[in-house]
Write a protein that binds this ligand. Structure first.
Ligand code: ATP
Ligand code: MN
Length: 463
């Protein structure tokens, strides 16, 4: 393999011969030289390749340089020399060029001018070649690795939870059904015979790996899952995807306090890693997407998280005098507008909210002694609200069974989950972090469809 552009910048020195392979971003021509900006996605920076029009070899390569248009792939040979241009130490004094794949200027969709994010969403196959999506992809990659590093360094075991599930209410949202039955035939016959379906019963795509990961928690203590989750919410917001990636740690012999501590150090560690290892990409986001981003992230690393109970949060909203589209009251689910107000206007940073009313939270959350609330916590951040949802789990058999019954859920669907409380039960707690929400937070991008390579959302164009 030839060195990437990142490796050329970091490993090679002035005077060394190099071969650059990448995609041409721009071509610029003066009387004396032709300048190509080449990028290969290994780092934010392009490498500038300069062809001297006065050199004896120039006539021979001129026809090939004609084909060097934006988007074409090329192999360029030359020598590293100090660059007079600002913002880069080295450039390539180029000797030869070979165009590998042309990109005809009259049809290539990504010409030099800046494209809107909406337009690029319809060009999902080409958008990784832009500055913005290259930077998102590199940050996403680094953060995925950092997730594993964080947990592995702390003795957590990675568990692969299933994507297909039979429980139709994992407690987190609308589900996609998985079937091999022919819908057309069912429509004609008017009846569904699940005996004939692939699994012999209804099956769905999981909305969360939590219930399954709890089984491993109750055998191995510290565990986590990191995989796709699917929610058929027809919500069409800038914070929801139909297919997203979720990180769900679960710890045994633990309380809500342990859970909150884990979540805070997790977010802090990820933000710190991004600041250290993705500095060039974050500088771009700060300059072009979200002014003030880097300073805000630095504050997260340095500072503490504010913390309130749900009841205090509702009081603060009611006392604020602020007009909300959705009027807050004790017992309401916090809306994104409330969460943004609390984090942006009241505390100016991340906020941990605990002890939500049990009626707006899932059946498995541990009931508090007041009979009204559960030992739940959400972490909210400026710009979009909820990034983490977690809780201590109800580990007492009688209380869990009663809750399932009171909610009218079918306990047959949860027999193994209930069994965990029958045999060797322990207090335990965990949380779910939407990986794309984390990326929104760290990159400053504003639409969740722009931080996953191939977004899946209702009626999305380009899919
Ligand atoms: P919200 O209220 O924002 O819809 P939620 O309460 O339904 O979220 P949880 O069930 O607590 O979410 O899931 C845990 C985490 O998964 C959330 O904190 C969020 O980061 C992420 N998440 C949930 N739904 C989605 C989605 N549709 N797309 C992307 N991320 C999601
Ligand atoms: Mn939640």
């Amino acid at each position: 393999m030839i060195p990437t552009i990142k490796e050329i910048f970091s490993l090679k020195a002035e005077g060394q011969a190099v071969t650059v392979r990448g995609w041409i971003r721009t071509k610029r021509q003066t009387k004396s030289a032709v300048f190509l900006e080449v990028n290969d996605g290994s780092c934010f920076a392009n490498i500038q390749c300069v062809f001297d029009q006065g050199s004896p070899a120039f006539q021979a390569i001129a026809p090939e340089l004609e084909k060097a248009t934006t988007g074409a792939s090329a192999s360029i040979e030359g020598t590293l020399v100090p660059s007079p241009a600002t913002g880069q130490k080295l450039e390539v004094s180029a000797r030869s060029i070979q165009i590998i794949g042309e990109a005809p200027a009259d049809t290539y969709p990504l010409q030099k001018k800046a494209h809107s994010l909406e337009f690029l969403r319809e060009q999902a196959h080409l958008r990784p070649r832009t500055n913005t999506f290259g930077a998102v992809a590199r940050v996403r990659n680094r953060m995925a690795f950092a997730v594993h590093q964080f947990f592995q360094e702390r003795g957590f075991q990675y568990v692969h939870t299933p994507l297909i599930t039979a429980s139709d209410a994992e407690g987190a949202g609308a589900m996609f059904q998985v079937t091999t039955l022919d819908l057309q035939k069912i429509a004609q016959s008017g009846t569904v015979d699940y005996e004939k379906d692939f699994f012999g019963k209804p099956a769905y795509l999981t909305v969360s790996g939590q219930l399954n990961v709890e089984t491993y928690c109750q055998a191995m203590n510290r565990v986590y899952t990191f995989g796709p989750a699917f929610r058929a919410e027809n919500s069409n917001t800038t914070r929801h995807l139909a297919e997203f990636w979720m990180i769900e740690p679960e710890i045994a012999f633990a309380t809500l306090e342990d859970d909150i501590e884990l979540a805070k150090s997790f977010i802090t560690q990820l933000v710190k890693t991004a600041l250290e290892d993705c500095a060039e990409d974050l500088a771009f986001f700060d300059a072009r997407i979200q002014p003030g981003l880097v300073a805000d992230l630095q504050k997260v690393v340095a500072g503490s998280f504010y913390r309130v109970t749900y009841t205090e949060a509702i009081d603060a909203l009611l006392k604020s005098g602020q007009e909300f589209e959705f009027k807050p009251y004790w017992g309401c689910d916090l809306q994104s507008e409330h969460e943004k107000f609390l984090t942006e206007k009241v505390v100016g940073g991340p906020l941990v909210v605990t002890d939500y009313p049990k009626d707006i939270k899932a059946f498995y959350m541990k009931q508090n002694d007041d009979g009204k609330t559960v030992a739940a916590m959400d972490i909210l951040v400026p710009r979009f609200g909820e990034i983490i949802g977690g809780s201590e789990r109800e580990w007492r058999l009688d209380l869990l069974e009663k809750r399932i019954k009171d909610l009218g859920l079918d306990s047959n669907n949860y027999w193994w989950y209930i069994d965990l409380r029958r045999y060797g039960s322990t207090p335990h707690a965990g949380f779910g972090l939407g990986f794309e929400r984390l990326l929104l937070y760290i990159t400053g991008m504003t639409n969740i469809r722009d931080v996953i390579p191939f977004p899946r959302a209702p009626k999305l164009a380009g899919f």
